[in-house]
Design a protein around this ligand. Structure first.
Ligand SMILES: Cc1cc2nc3c(=O)[nH]c(=O)nc-3n(C[C@H](O)[C@H](O)[C@H](O)COP(=O)(O)O)c2cc1C
Length: 192
């Protein structure tokens, strides 16, 4: 296997590992948007990796600002950094909100109660509050925790390009990996 292909294989392997390995550096990543010409970014938890479909996904509240931003501009950048392995990934692609009901329900049912609770909050993320915890669900809401599924979204990021950077004292290495759907993968070494 060529070195370039090995790099891509490792990227998929590490992304997948982060779903099951506690504390893996790729578990949390940053997803950036541009809205009205202004940049925005936030941390999210990596929830799914699909090498065949060339996509990754995370979960969010349908009422959050980022979801509105995706509807206006679905081109995004996701940033990962693995400190022990000195590897940065900048993943570029397009957002596609999951619309398959069975997939959504399965993910919801597989979610921990603690994760489900976030979707029960009375107010959308970013809503003004009169006190810091005024948004929290009340005891009564807990009896029907699955109501939260109404606010639960799976956000797929269909990958177009990966900018891989490996820091090395013998010389850093950086490569662009073009992953356009239904096309052969293209690799290009670039200066770090
Ligand atoms: C470690 C960490 C993990 C987070 N994971 C998620 C997540 O998986 N999904 C999510 O919507 N927000 C997550 N958040 C909160 C977001 O960073 C952000 O504050 C929130 O989603 C509102 O973002 P928005 O206003 O851009 O929509 C996480 C925050 C931190 C610090």
């Amino acid at each position: 296997m060529q070195k370039e292909e090995q790099v891509l294989k490792n990227i998929w392997r590490e992304l997948s590992l982060s779903l099951v390995e506690s504390g893996h550096p790729y578990h949390i990543f940053s997803i950036s948007t541009v809205y009205n010409g202004l940049p925005d970014a936030r941390s999210v938890v990596l929830r799914g990796v699909n090498e065949e479909q060339k996509s990754i996904n995370f979960h969010t509240d349908s009422r959050s600002k980022k979801v509105y931003q995706f509807s206006k501009e679905n081109s995004v950048c996701a940033l990962f950094y693995d400190k022990p392995k000195k590897t940065q990934l900048r993943i570029y692609g397009d957002i596609h909100i999951e619309d398959d009901k069975d997939t959504i329900l399965k993910k919801w049912n597989d979610s921990k109660e603690m994760s489900k609770l976030c979707y029960l909050n009375k107010y959308p993320p970013g809503h003004t509050l009169s006190a810091s915890r005024d948004y929290l669900y009340n005891e009564n809401d807990l009896k029907n925790i699955d109501k939260g599924v109404e606010n639960f979204l799976i956000i797929n990021l269909n990958i177009r390009k990966i900018d891989w950077l490996f820091l090395n004292h013998k010389g850093h290495e950086r490569m662009l990996i073009d992953l356009k759907k239904n096309e052969e993968v293209k690799y290009e070494w670039i200066a770090p």
